[in-house]
Write a new protein. Sequence first.
Lengths: 135, 406
Amino acid sequence: MKKKILMIDDDHDFVNALKIVLENVGYQCFEQYSTAGGIDIYLQVSPHLIILDVMLEDIASGFRLANDLRILENKIKKPHVPILMVSNVDSITELDFKARVGVDIPVDDFVNKPVEKKLLIGKVQDLIRNGRAVV
Amino acid sequence: MKILVLNCGSSSIKFGVFQSPNEIRMVEGMVDRIGSPRSCLTFHKAGFEKREKRVLANNHEQAIEMILKELLDPKERILREISEIDAIGHRVVHGGELFSKSVCINESVFQKIKDCASLAPLHNPSNIQGIQASLWQIPFARQVAVFDTAFHQTMEPQAFLYALPYQWYEEDKIRRYGFHGTSHRYVAQQASRIFRIPIEELKLITCHLGNGASITAIANGRSVDTSMGFTPLEGLVMGTRCGDIDPAIPIHILRTKKMSVNQLDWALNKNSGFYGITGGDNDLRIIEQKAKKGSRQHQLALEMFSRRVKKYIGAYAAVMGGLDGVVFTGGIGENSPTIRKMICENLDFLGIELHPDFNQENRICISRKNTAVFVIPTDEERAIAQEVIHVLEYEMQINYKAEVIE
């Protein structure tokens, strides 16, 4: 059975490009372009990984959705789905995330856009296999 | 709803926590000397004594961490957990022509604020650091940008354009922007409440007089002209800034005094104004004391300052075709009866006459004739909190309408 990836990002071009890359290597992709309905589609699809933009409707909407998903997982006792956060803001870097991932911020790994294909596939595979970023 | 307001400067952060409804101030304070071993946090909870302590704040993120630590202190009872902060309001100095009102920060807004940094290289980068640091420290709160320049975006081209090659405006956006917009708007709204007349029906002149100073003409609730220009250097005589000068003077100085551009910049921004005229004083209380003791140079500084404000009041009354009220605010405007008296002398042709006792007592209404003169304390942090609520309520209405349509 194909592993499922849910992409939540308002950048249609990025989502389309991601879909092509990830479906080519055997994943099944679902897309959502806003945080509204993010919980519903998560429940419908039951993804193995979520790729989530930091800033959708507002600067913190990505973090809020991630937090809501974690709260829901605890409530309905669903296993932790790894979240790969993506950002288009060049001043927000992987370094900024390293100290906070899993501590203050309820996500598992981070990558800046534009993302190099090999790096992306590596992170996706690690997260689906291990449930968290390989340090 | 609890709102954290952050006013990030290059080496200090002023903060406040407000609770709605009515934007009640729970606490205010500041971290200053960020980046120095002598950083200090001032904490003033409503109804209690102000206290200070030394903190380690090498950058804005650490400074915000220190602020949150105090807010979360169980003894203070401001916040039990970070998630109690529903929203953060950021003062952003320059919004260029991109922002004519406060906005909820998203990726596009964040990028545009960074784009405006070239217009305010000393201010916007600190504001951006504050926004980014807040994202890490308070990751679930909505953030709203409140721009100093936004209120003045209602100026017409005949007010905001300079008589320079038009392509300088088209290509480089060189124009009058104006600053202190949050303060001018706030005190104008307060004046309207005192008048009990809608602001749209009033012609007001608001004088924000502090170490930085600007004056704004407000008609029909909109800024129609303001004294600061492309940068905060233009307009009134200020603590260390020259205000209006002949634009040929910098050219002459560069040619004759072998000064570099940076040195000239420093001279006009940091070595002029009260400081330049008096030879080293820019605190008005000290200047008034020395003038009283007979220092001609200090008296001259007061006269130059007052005369410049008086000129603008006359000019703006002419531009608006009338005047209902003048508002004094800012450190000097709120606290110096001497300056207010000097400014308002001989303005009885505009219906302005000060009641000497009320003026001396710093009362709110100090006028004796038809044109009202008010002394209204500005409160930029509270004004920012009000803007945050306004923006979020507007967004909720939009989302509600979208849901109803769907």
